[in-house]
Design a protein around this ligand. Structure first.
Ligand code: NDP
Length: 340
C-alpha cells in the first residue's frame, strides 16, 4: 500500500423515496500500489447524472444496482499521475468511469475503459457533457430516432440541461424549428438567447395540462413532429395533444418518476390516432454511433457553434448535495463536481 490517502464517497444506504445526502458516506482509504497494466488517475471533475438515482435502488432495471458500501460509480475526467501501462503516460488527460473519489486505479488493459482526450480546443470538463455521454445521448435520440427534416418542429424537455441543450442545437443545425420546455424564466431565457432555440415554454408557469398544452400550441403553430422526452407526466401529455401525424418520440428519460412515483399517460390512444413512433433507448447500447456523434459534437464545440452551460460544485464532499440538487432542477446545464 502507498502512503497517500484517497478520499471516496460510498453509497451506504438505499433511499426509501427521495435520495438523501445521508445515503452517502465520505471515507479515506490508502491508494494501492499499481500493478502491471494499471494507471493511477487523479480525477479533476466528476459527472453527476440522473441515471445514478435509478442505480441507488436495488430494483430490476436496465442497469445493475450500485453495490452498497462501494465507491459511487460515475463518469470522470482527469489526468494520469502514475502509469504501469505503455499506452498511458503521466500528464495524459483521460475520460473514464473513475467514480466519486479523488484518485482511481484503473486496469487500462481493458479496451475502452479510459479514453485519452485532447484539451487544446475542447475544455476537459466538456468531455463529461456536450462532447461526452450526454452529448451522444442527444445525438442518438435526435439523429437516429427523431431524424428531423428541415422545417419540422422538434420539442425537447429539460431543455436547459446537458442533454436537452445539445438536442435543440443539433436540431437547429438540421434546419428544424426547435422549442424547449424548461422550469422557470431564467432557464427559458437562456435556452432562447444563448442556445438559440426558437421558443421555450416554462412548464412551471402553467396550472395543469390544459394550460400547458395551450402554451405549447402557441409555441408550435404547425404542431410537433419530433419530441425528445426527458421528463414524462403532464409534459408528455401536453406534447401528445399537439403531436402531428407520423411524429416521433425519442424516449430518453422520465426524471419526474425517478423517486418511484407512478407516471400515468393521459391519452396513449393518441399514439394510434397520430400513427406515432415511440422508442426508448440507452446510449451505452449504441456504441457504434459514438465516433460519428463525438466527431460532430467535438467540431461544433471547438468552433463555438454548440453552446453549453455548467453548474460546478466545489470539492468531493459537495457531491451528494449537488446530486440531489440535480434531481430537483437546481442545476443549470451540466452538473459537475470540481476536485482539482
Ligand atoms: P439535466 O442537466 O437535464 O438535469 C435534470 C433536469 O431535469 C433538471 O435540471 C430539471 O430541469 C429537470 N427535472 C427534474 N425533475 C423534474 C420534474 N419533476 N419535472 C420536470 N423536469 C424535471 O440532466 P441530463 O441532461 O443529464 O439528463 C436529462 C435526461 O436524460 C434525464 O431524464 C436522464 O435520465 C436522461 N438520460 C438518458 C440517457 C439514456 O441513455 N437513455 C443517458 C443520459 C441521460 P427543470 O428545472 O427545467 O425542470
Amino acid at each position: 500500500m502507498s502512503t497517500f490517502v484517497n478520499r471516496q464517497i460510498l453509497l451506504t444506504s438505499r433511499p426509501a423515496a427521495e435520495a438523501r445526502a445521508d445515503n452517502f458516506t465520505l471515507v479515506e482509504a490508502p491508494v494501492p500500489v499499481l500493478t502491471d497494466g494499471q494507471v493511477l488517475v487523479r480525477n479533476h471533475y466528476l459527472s453527476l447524472d440522473p441515471y445514478m438515482r435509478g442505480r441507488m435502488n436495488d430494483s430490476k432495471s436496465y442497469a445493475q444496482p450500485q453495490p452498497l458500501n462501494a465507491v459511487m460509480q460515475g463518469g470522470t475526467v482527469g489526468e494520469i499521475v502514475d502509469s504501469k501501462n505503455g499506452q498511458f503516460q503521466p500528464g495524459d488527460k483521460v475520460v473514464g468511469m473513475g467514480g466519486w473519489q479523488e484518485y482511481a486505479v484503473v486496469d487500462a488493459t481493458q479496451r475502452g475503459v479510459l479514453r485519452k482526450v485532447d484539451t487544446a480546443k475542447i475544455p476537459l470538463p466538456a468531455y463529461l457533457g456536450a462532447v461526452g455521454m450526454p452529448g451522444v445521448t442527444a445525438w442518438y435520440g435526435l439523429v437516429k430516432l427523431i431524424n428531423p427534416k428541415a422545417g419540422e418542429t422538434v420539442v425537447v424537455s429539460a431543455a436547459s440541461g446537458a442533454v436537452g441543450g445539445a438536442v435543440g442545437q443539433l436540431a437547429k443545425v438540421r434546419g428544424a424549428r426547435v422549442v424547449g420546455i424548461a422550469g422557470g424564466p431564467d432557464k427559458c431565457r437562456q435556452v432562447v438567447e444563448e442556445l438559440g432555440f426558437d421558443a421555450c415554454v416554462d412548464y412551471k408557469a402553467f396550472a395543469g395540462l390544459k394550460e400547458l398544452s395551450a402554451a405549447l400550441k402557441a409555441a408550435c403553430p404547425k404542431g410537433i413532429d419530433g419530441y425528445f422526452e426527458n421528463v414524462g407526466g403532464v409534459i408528455l401529455d401536453a406534447v401528445m395533444q399537439n403531436a402531428n401525424a407520423f411524429s416521433r418520440i425519442a424516449l430518453c428519460g422520465m426524471i419526474s418518476g425517478y423517486d418511484g412515483a407512478p407516471i400515468p399517460m393521459a391519452a396513449p390512444q393518441l399514439l394510434l390516432v397520430n400513427r406515432m413512433k415511440l422508442e426508448g433507448f440507452i446510449v451505452s447500447e449504441h456504441m457504434e454511433v459514438w465516433p460519428d456523434a463525438l466527431g460532430e459534437l467535438g467540431t461544433l464545440v471547438a468552433t463555438g457553434q454548440l453552446k453549453y452551460r455548467e453548474t460546478i460544485a466545489e470539492g468531493l464532499a459537495s457531491a451528494p448535495e449537488a446530486f440531489i440538487g440535480l434531481l430537483k432542477g437546481r442545476n443549470f446545464g451540466k452538473q459537475l463536481v470540481k476536485l482539482v
